[in-house]
Write a protein that binds this ligand. Structure first.
Ligand SMILES: C[S@@+](CC[C@H](N)C(=O)[O-])C[C@H]1O[C@@H](n2cnc3c(N)ncnc32)[C@H](O)[C@@H]1O
Length: 259
């Protein structure tokens, strides 16, 4: 399982660097609107990491539950201002009683769960009537393929993502098959970051352990990717040109209700 190859314990202490205080996240806004709209009183995030989104949801309810595979991430989540109920576990076997939650969600995590459909089934079991499941993340299978320089310069990353991530169309089909109603998908955030020339080397997401995409690479494959970027920069400089490195990714929310 990727989650076992990928050691979130090792990166837990620096993970929150991706959430600078000044930044407003549209995916968070979408989550907040959903939780408020359904008047969620009990919420579970699966793959809850450092508890960033759960902490934000303390505006809606104090009954916030998080489950994560990594103890290191759970320890970081314990430092959030909100008093979170945190458990260690895997996304495909959720240790809660049926009919417990009004909202279950995951953010940037379903690709780690291995058996994506088992997670959806578990979520259905755990939701109360009228409860909602929201799966948030990017979809490398989508027609609006992410334009991400990491996919272009680092070998195997895009193919590995195609294998790890469920297609959004499959998520919707599985949700329907498992009994969810009013199923929908929408883009909730458009990431548009551009790095011009050598500035790309300062992109926090180019670090070997900043994302699971790069963390899964061997040191050799990672270094080959960096070398390819450096070669392209040198070549462009010789021609007096600047390369634009794009990170343009649509973050989607796949939503369904247990009616
Ligand atoms: C990219 S992080 C996202 C964390 C958080 N949702 C966020 O958006 O900040 C993915 C999280 O999934 C967790 N994870 C990996 N495999 C898992 C599994 N099989 N079951 C539950 N959590 C898992 C990792 O430990 C990590 O905290």
């Amino acid at each position: 399982m990727d989650s076992i190859k990928l050691n979130y314990d090792q990166i837990a202490h620096e993970y929150n660097q991706r959430y600078p205080a000044a930044q407003k996240w549209e995916r968070g806004q979408a989550l907040l609107e959903l939780a408020t709209g359904i008047k969620a009183r009990t919420i579970l995030e699966v793959g809850s990491g450092t508890g960033y989104w759960l902490n934000m949801l303390r505006q809606v309810t104090p009954n916030l539950y998080g489950l994560d595979y990594s103890m290191g991430m759970i320890r970081q989540a314990r430092r959030q201002p909100a008093a979170l109920h945190l458990s260690r576990g895997i996304g495909t076997q959720l240790p809660y009683q049926s009919g417990t939650f009004d909202l279950i969600y995951c953010v940037d995590a379903i690709h780690h769960f291995g058996d994506h459909r088992a997670f959806i089934r578990e979520a259905f079991r755990l939701l109360k009537p009228n409860g909602a499941l929201a799966i948030i993340g990017h979809d490398p299978h989508a027609a609006d393929i992410p334009s991400w320089y990491i996919y272009d310069y680092f070998d195997t990353v895009y193919d590995t993502d195609l294998r790890r991530y469920p297609a959004g169309t499959s998520l919707l089909k599985w949700m329907e098959g498992d009994g969810f109603k009013d199923i929908s998908s929408q883009t909730v955030e458009q990431i548009k970051n551009i790095h011009v020339g050598a500035a790309v080397l300062k992109d926090p997401f180019i670090k070997h352990n900043a994302t699971s995409q790069l963390a899964l690479l061997s040191e050799e494959t990672y270094q080959n990717g960096l070398e390819r970027i450096n070669e392209a920069l040198t070549e462009a400089k010789e021609k007096n040109q600047q390369i634009v490195f794009r990170s343009e990714i649509n973050v989607k929310m796949f939503l369904g209700y247990k009616k």
